[in-house]
Design a protein around this ligand. Sequence first.
Ligand code: CO
Length: 212
Amino acid sequence: MENKFYKQLLDNNKEWVQSKLDLDPDFFNKLANGQQPPVLWIGCADSRVPANEIIGAQPGEVFVHRNIANMVIHSDMNMLSVLDYAVNALKVRHVIVCGHYGCGGVAAAMGNQHIGLIDNWIRHIKDVYRFHAEELDAITDEKQRFDRYVELNVVEQVFDLAKTSIVQNAWNNKQTLHIHGWVYGIGDGIIKDLGVNFTNNDELDNVYQLKF
Ligand code: CO
């Protein structure tokens, strides 16, 4: 059964290649020439939130980084490398942090269960709870509190993006770079724009604003 599923993936790939070639015989030749995606996507690793598919993007249009609970951790070399390459080499014009309702990472952060090494990753999400404890503790309905926690986590990650030297340097160089926070609904497929859109570092607390 498992082996059959695995084999099916390779068969699917052959069909996909053919379907693309049927529409455009040059499809892969064009992609082989390089990429110039306008968007960097920072999303959750959750299998139900496939970046390209939910926004109807084609290969070559979205540079993607995914981790558990779409976190922007400023000491994460993987995230920083992706961000640096996307901003400074590819010159993306938008960075989107996309979280999702029902996120297992955020659910874990709301609880106290020891899971393993991941506890240390989850801790960054717990910090978000601490920053917004007053608002979150006031929500008595657990589902509503969970949803709001997911949203606030995205907002914090957008701020954390703005705090990076990479993003502030791009803004200082007058490079067009918009950063956004979205939440995807697993249950209905709809994306909600949280309206946290930055194009400069004015909204950061003074202590985070870098001078160049
Ligand atoms: Co998730």
